[in-house]
Design a protein. Sequence first.
Length: 95
Amino acid sequence: MSISPGLNETRISLHVYPSAPRNQIVGLEGGVLAVRIAAPPVKGQANRELIAFLSQQLGVSRGRLAIIRGHTSRNKLISVRDLSQEEVLRRLFPA
């Protein structure tokens, strides 16, 4: 799985599909979290929308999320501060 624990953070590898009809977590595709984002990939709009959407899904402030790698790519590595790997999984995929 592409969600891994770090020091006081959890890192999530994901693939973003911008310009989608709506924001949605698609699921795991090849061990990478697939996310559809409604915003277009223009001037960072999709990145801002991605952070806002993930913060809502995870129930954390946007300040606790950061794009570590992939600012201009559809493949990204996101850091979630102060949330365990187990808690991230529980919030992204509620039973």
